[in-house]
Design a protein around this ligand. Structure first.
Ligand SMILES: [Zn+2]
Ligand SMILES: [Zn+2]
Length: 463
């Protein structure tokens, strides 16, 4: 029995593991490769997936870099179950439909050029109907409840505290008289994040696959970051300015809402109008609100007495394009949270076009910005940017806040591995660039004397 790496091996995207024994084949995550020139090609190379012999798929959470290739399984003829938490089913549906739409429109645009250039047509990786088809194969599982998913293979999902529904997977594999316990961390969240419970740790395993995104550094403490945000908002309120916050629709937007609710409740800040200007964030927030049972105790208590609704009485969801455009006319201090997170598309672009050139505007960057994105240009102090082909001068104030990550920092990853390290597992580091993952590996080895593997794409880990 062995596990094959199908992505996130020396990088942070394309998460995927194929577990194979003499009697079963199970896929854990099937995420999309993102960014980089090779990504599209890598997403299309799927001959290593024995789609028709697969017994089951397990999904850790709904981020695209973990679920983004799952609809391809529909096109390859996979008709078996996909196991994850109920809230992950709901989040994944939103993410995959959006992804299919993007791919269909990208293919359409590039095909217009391809036809004129005499090149063969490009097909989208999958279409909306493939998503609809594969979504019918999802089977929700409860946290902590063991479940047999294939001959000799059972799983238990535990909260990973990363986004709503996120899970680490403990997999027990039995084959030809051998029994192995393998833990897949999935993406591990930080401790004390708003809304979610802290990540669950494990006490014993033979092999642990651990993410290493921030294996070389810690984030700024969340309390400091909240104070920074508060200062910016207080300043904007006094000066009657608009605040623009590009944010990821799932996770980051809801965390921001929670922080704002707290500021209003404590009367640190006068209630400003807040616009959630992203159809996807609106859908994601509805999903969060449907699952109070898996929130942390603080959020449960607030939800039970409808406190958050009261705190956020000035919050508006802008659904239509017209409603979104109308925010430009708002002539009072307000907060606009709009997609997309890295400012590569979405409604944040039209807000930037109307506001970046003004002096009395505050832009707050709260998330990671990939190379060559508009968001990264702003973070690095660009004096001009291009939006929809138009050159815009940047006169707005740009603030970058570093403490709102959905990932555990180095110290928290080391705390996560400590309890299970006592059982002397082999540690396989994935989901990290080479620098961070080696830095984390060296420290785990120094502290616990464990064997650390740094596999590459296509490598096999024997069990
Ligand atoms: Zn994630
Ligand atoms: Zn990830």
């Amino acid at each position: 029995m062995h596990i094959r790496l199908g992505g996130a091996a020396g990088e942070v995207t394309g998460s995927s593991y194929l577990v194979e024994t003499s009697r079963a084949k199970v896929l854990v995550d099937f995420g999309m490769f993102q960014g980089g020139k090779l990504a599209d090609q890598q997403n299309r190379l799927n001959d290593w997936i024995p789609a028709q012999q697969l017994d089951a798929v397990v999904l850790t959470h709904g981020h695209l870099d973990h679920c983004g290739r799952i609809p391809i399984l529909a096109t390859l003829g996979y008709s078996g179950p996909i196991y994850c938490t109920l809230s992950t089913v709901e989040v994944t549906r939103v993410i995959l439909l959006d992804s299919a739409n993007l791919q269909e429109s990208d293919a359409e645009r590039s095909n217009k050029k391809r036809i004129r250039a005499g090149k063969p047509l490009q097909y989208p990786l999958y279409r909306e109907e493939d998503v609809e088809q594969i979504m019918q194969q999802f089977k929700p599982v409860r946290y902590s409840a063991p479940r047999e998913i294939a001959p000799g293979i059972s799983i238990r999902l535990e909260d990973a505290g990363h986004i709503l529904g996120s899970a680490s997977v403990e997999m027990t594999i039995e084959d030809q008289g051998k029994r192995r316990v393998v833990v897949f961390s999935g993406d591990v969240g930080p401790k004390h994040a708003p809304l979610l419970r802290d990540p669950v740790t494990f006490s014993s395993a033979d092999v642990v696959f651990l993410e290493s995104t921030y294996g070389d550094r810690d984030h700024r403490p969340i309390e400091e970051t909240k104070q920074e945000l508060l200062k910016i908002l207080q300043g904007a309120e006094r000066a009657r300015e608009k605040v623009l916050i590009p944010a990821f629709a799932i996770g980051r937007t809801q965390n921001l809402m929670y922080h704002l609710a707290e500021m209003f409740r404590n009367r640190d800040l006068a209630k400003l109008p807040i616009f959630i200007d992203s159809p996807m964030a609106t859908k994601a927030t509805e999903i969060y609100m449907r699952h109070p049972a898996i929130m942390d105790d603080e959020t449960k208590a607030l939800a039970a007495r409808k406190q958050l609704d009261q705190d956020l009485s000035e919050l508006r969801y802008t659904v239509t394009r017209e409603e979104s455009m109308a925010i430009n006319e708002v002539d009072q201090p307000c907060i606009v949270i709009a997609g997309s997170g890295m400012c590569t598309g979405g409604r944040i672009l039209h807000h930037f076009k109307h506001n970046l050139w003004r002096e009395n505007v505050q832009v707050v960057i709260v998330g990671y910005m990939g190379h060559d994105t508009l968001g990264a240009a702003l973070v690095h102090g660009a004096k001009h940017v291009k939006i929809h082909g138009e050159r815009i001068v940047v006169r707005a104030s740009i603030h970058t806040l570093g403490g709102f990550s959905a990932h555990a920092g180095r110290t928290e990853l080391l705390e996560w591995i400590a309890p299970v390290a006592a059982s002397q597992p082999r540690v396989v580091l994935t989901h990290g660039e080479p620098g961070p993952r080696e830095a984390l590996g060296k420290e785990i080895q120094r502290r616990h004397g464990l064997d650390i593997a740094y596999p590459l794409l296509g490598d096999r880990i024997e069990l």
